[in-house]
Design a protein around this ligand. Structure first.
Ligand SMILES: *Cc1c(COP(=O)(O)O)cnc(C)c1O
Ligand SMILES: [Zn+2]
Length: 448
């Protein structure tokens, strides 16, 4: 099968390497239970000779696929026919060069870039993946979709399901979902089920529910979703005049984004569209730092595909035994059993990557700084800037290296976190409202 078609699915476990047609729907390899990749026979696809050729599509933006910031790059995710492609205009995002924040961080003013994914239709980067997953869902004629979510996946799924007429069911954990996100999935008409547990519990339940009821799962276990997220990297390269930055920095939750970025760069290098791969930094919240502990403390690595599974299995058994629950203000990355762990390890190998964790206070300080100089973001996104501070301080990132931080979600997703930081926390960048009597002289006195 693998040489006849443009695209197929392949198990990432080297010892298995089973292949499946793209018309088959699995969330995990039926033979061994490992993750699946979408693979391409590049010689069957008319890939542009150079990346800048994609810029021609800006001139034909009345074509919905050329308008989409994902499908504009469609040759690089060529797994389904155009007629199945679902788009709500995702990926109209921008790479903001942020001189003010760069200077505040002690960098060369021209070297810091913020890839603002909050501009997506549902307000987070998830739309890049969802447009691809729902296109695949249309291709296989799925009738219903579901996901477990810390909020943004559900908002995005609900939006796409609604736009192509699929049923949508969201599984959320107790308490932790930010209101901006919850309000979206309700407004977009998703069936919302709140499970007495956390995200990791929901993730486990939804997989069984989807298998049992034959429902299309759109979590990042879904390999087609990750194909769409590759285009975030293409838009960064596009924003830099078709040049590759030195560093990509991304928050790590379920590790779908970091995984897809590594895959994007490996493929671009393989087909000769870039000659150099950037380095990757994945930033965890301290209260949900599985990746950091496994990689930095326990030495877990991809190792050319020979992952020492026992290290991770022991770690997760320990979490289970102690009843560990992740806890961070950055609810989008409050995940302690990341489903894409192995693919992320591979991305770290491809990109000579690093991993670290940051505290909630550091995240919120960085968030206020992004807000002061840039477009604002939700807490998880600001983990990138908080992590960058460490990487600059220890010399891993040079002050004049070109750094692109992926701001994954919109500021307004989680207004509670913002208001609380400014009005209650009295931190360095807190900017609380000032109370005054309803009296002109006193108001004027305050303005001086
Ligand atoms: C989903 C999400 C993340 C985590 O991304 P993963 O791909 O799961 O690592 C980070 N930030 C925001 C805003 C998100 O919605
Ligand atoms: Zn397998």
């Amino acid at each position: 099968m693998s040489t006849e078609t443009r695209a197929y699915q392949k198990c990432i476990n080297l010892a298995c390497s089973a292949e499946y047609d793209c018309s088959e729907v699995y969330f995990k390899c039926p033979a061994c239970g490992d993750l699946l990749d979408v693979k391409y026979n590049w010689d069957k696809i008319r890939v542009p000779k150079k990346l800048s050729d994609f810029a021609k599509r800006w001139a034909t933006r009345n074509n919905r696929l050329d308008f989409s910031g994902v499908w504009r790059f469609r040759e690089l995710l060529s797994f389904c026919d155009d007629r199945y492609k679902v788009s709500v205009g995702e990926g109209q995002t921008l790479l903001q060069q942020n001189c003010g924040l760069a200077q505040e961080l002690g960098m060369e003013p021209s070297s810091l870039f913020l890839q603002y994914e909050g501009l997506n239709p549902s307000g987070s980067f998830k739309d890049n993946g969802m447009t691809a997953a729902f296109s695949h869902a249309q291709m296989v004629n799925a009738a219903a979709s579901a996901c477990a979510s810390t909020g943004n996946t559900s908002a995005s799924m609900a939006l796409y399901a609604h736009s192509c007429g699929l049923k949508a069911t969201v599984f959320i954990g107790e308490g932790k979902i930010a209101f901006g996100k919850l309000s979206q999935s309700m407004d977009f008409g998703a069936h919302t089920i709140q499970v007495a547990g956390d995200f990791d519990d929901c993730m486990k339940q939804v997989q069984d529910v989807c298998t049992e009821l034959n429902i299309y799962l759109v979590n990042s276990l879904n390999p087609f979703r990750l194909e769409g997220q590759k285009t975030i990297m293409l838009r960064i390269i596009e924003g830099l005049g078709w040049q590759v930055p030195d560093w990509i920095i991304v928050p790590g939750g379920n590790l779908g984004n970091s995984s897809s970025f590594g895959k994007a760069f490996a493929e671009l290098k393989e087909i000769g569209l870039i000659d150099r791969v950037p380095r990757l930094a994945v930033i965890n919240a301290r209260g949900a730092n599985t990746l950091t502990e496994l990689v930095n403390d326990k030495g877990l690595k991809w190792n050319g595909g020979k992952v020492d599974n026992k290290i991770a299995d022991d770690y997760f058994a320990d979490l289970d035994a102690t009843g560990y629950r992740p806890d961070t203000i950055a609810s989008a990355i409050e995940i302690s059993r990341p489903v894409n762990l192995k693919k992320c390890l591979r991305a770290l190998e491809v990109c000579n990557g690093v991993v670290l964790d940051v505290t909630d206070e550091e995240i919120l300080d960085a968030k206020a700084q992004v807000g002061k100089y840039g477009l604002g973001c939700e807490p998880a996104s600001a983990a990138t800037i908080a992590g960058l501070k460490y990487l600059l301080a220890n010399g891993t990132v040079g002050k004049d290296q070109r750094v692109a931080c992926v701001l994954t979600g919109h500021l307004l997703k989680d207004p509670n976190a913002t208001v609380n930081y400014h009005s209650k926390m009295a931190r360095e960048f807190s900017n609380p409202p000032v109370q005054v009597e309803n009296d002109l002289a006193k108001i004027i006195a305050l303005m001086k």
